[in-house]
Design a protein around this ligand. Structure first.
Ligand code: SAH
Length: 265
C-alpha cells in the first residue's frame, strides 16, 4: 500500500486535504477490491484442496486395483467429488481437515467416510442416470449428495434422528431436491420406495440384511461392509442377477462404524 502515499506530499492546507481525501478514497476502493477478492481466493484454495484430494483418491485406487479388478475410479465420480463442498458436511471446527483423505467425526460417535471409500463405493454401485438408489447410514449426507449427482432419486435412512434431521436440512439448503431422507432402522430398508437399482450401506453389518436383498431389483448391486464391529470387516459387493441368483464378492478390508438396530436381530 506504500505506493498510495508516494507522490502525495502534504505541503499546502487545502491541497493537502484534497490529496488526503483522494488518497483515502483510493485506499477505500483498494480495500473494497481486497475484500471482494477474498471469497474468490478462498474458493480457489478449496478447489485446490479438492484437486489434491482427488489425486490421493486416484493413487489409492491404483493400489486397490487387485481387489477391485480395475485401477481407476470413473471420471464422472472424480469430477463430482472435485466439485462437491465436503467442508459443508463436517462440523465447523473440522473444516480445515475437510479435504484430507480420512474419516472425520460428525457427532454421536459417528463419522463421515474417507473420501477414497466414498468414491470407491460409489463407483462399485455403477449408478445410471435413471436409477433409484438407497443409502443406509445418512450420517452427514455427503455420500447421499455424491449419489444425487448420478441417480434420478436417492433415498437415505439414518437411525440417529438428530443426524437425519441435520443432514436433511443441509441437503435441502444445498439444493439437493432429489434426495429423500428419513430417520429409521435401515436394516429393514425403505419398503415404500423399493425396489432399488442399487443399495449402499455405510455402516458395518454382521450379515447382509435379507430385507435389503429383497429390496434390490434383479440386476441390481449392493455395496456393504460386513464383519465384526471395530474389528475385521470387508467391503462386499452383492449382485442379484436377472435370474434372481445372488452372488457376493469380498473386495477389500475396511473399517466402518457398526450398523446398529433398536430391535434384537
Ligand atoms: N454415509 C455417511 C457416513 C456414515 S457413518 C456420510 O456420508 O457422512 C454410518 C452412519 O450409519 C451413522 O450415522 C450411523 O448412525 C448410521 N447407522 C448405523 N446403524 C444404522 C441403521 N441400522 N440404520 C440406519 N442408519 C444406521
Amino acid at each position: 500500500m506504500r505506493w498510495l502515499w508516494r507522490g502525495a506530499p502534504a505541503r499546502q492546507g487545502c491541497r493537502t486535504h484534497a490529496i488526503v481525501a483522494t488518497s483515502w478514497s483510493v485506499l477505500g476502493v483498494f480495500l473494497a477490491l481486497l475484500v471482494a477478492a477474498r471469497p474468490a481466493a478462498t474458493q480457489v484454495d478449496l478447489a485446490a484442496e479438492r484437486a489434491r484430494m482427488v489425486t490421493t483418491i486416484e493413487a489409492h485406487a491404483k493400489h486397490a486395483s487387485i481387489a477391485l479388478g480395475r485401477d481407476s475410479i470413473a471420471p464422472e465420480i472424480l469430477k463430482i467429488v472435485s466439485d462437491l463442498p465436503r467442508h459443508e458436511f463436517v462440523p465447523d471446527g473440522l473444516r480445515g481437515d475437510a479435504y484430507a483423505d480420512r474419516p472425520l467425526p460428525i457427532g454421536y460417535g459417528q463419522t463421515i467416510s474417507q473420501p477414497f471409500i466414498v468414491a470407491l463405493m460409489t463407483d462399485l454401485m455403477r449408478v445410471r442416470p435413471d436409477d433409484v438408489v438407497l443409502e443406509v447410514g445418512t450420517g452427514s449426507g455427503y455420500q447421499a449428495a455424491v449419489l444425487a449427482h448420478l441417480a434420478r432419486r436417492v433415498y437415505t435412512i439414518e437411525i440417529i434422528s438428530a443426524l437425519a434431521d441435520r443432514a436433511a436440512a443441509r441437503l435441502e439448503r444445498l439444493g439437493y431436491g432429489n434426495v429423500a431422507t428419513r430417520s429409521g432402522d435401515g436394516y429393514y430398508g425403505w419398503e415404500g420406495a423399493a425396489p432399488f437399482d442399487s443399495i449402499m450401506v455405510t455402516a458395518a453389518a454382521s450379515q447382509i440384511p435379507p430385507p435389503l436383498i429383497r429390496q434390490l431389483k434383479p440386476g441390481g448391486r449392493m455395496v456393504i461392509p460386513v464383519g465384526v464391529p471395530f474389528a475385521l470387516q470387508h467391503l462386499v459387493l452383492v449382485e442379484r442377477d436377472p435370474d434372481d441368483r445372488v452372488t457376493t464378492r469380498q473386495l477389500l478390508p475396511v473399517s466402518f462404524v457398526p450398523l446398529t438396530s433398536g430391535r434384537q436381530r
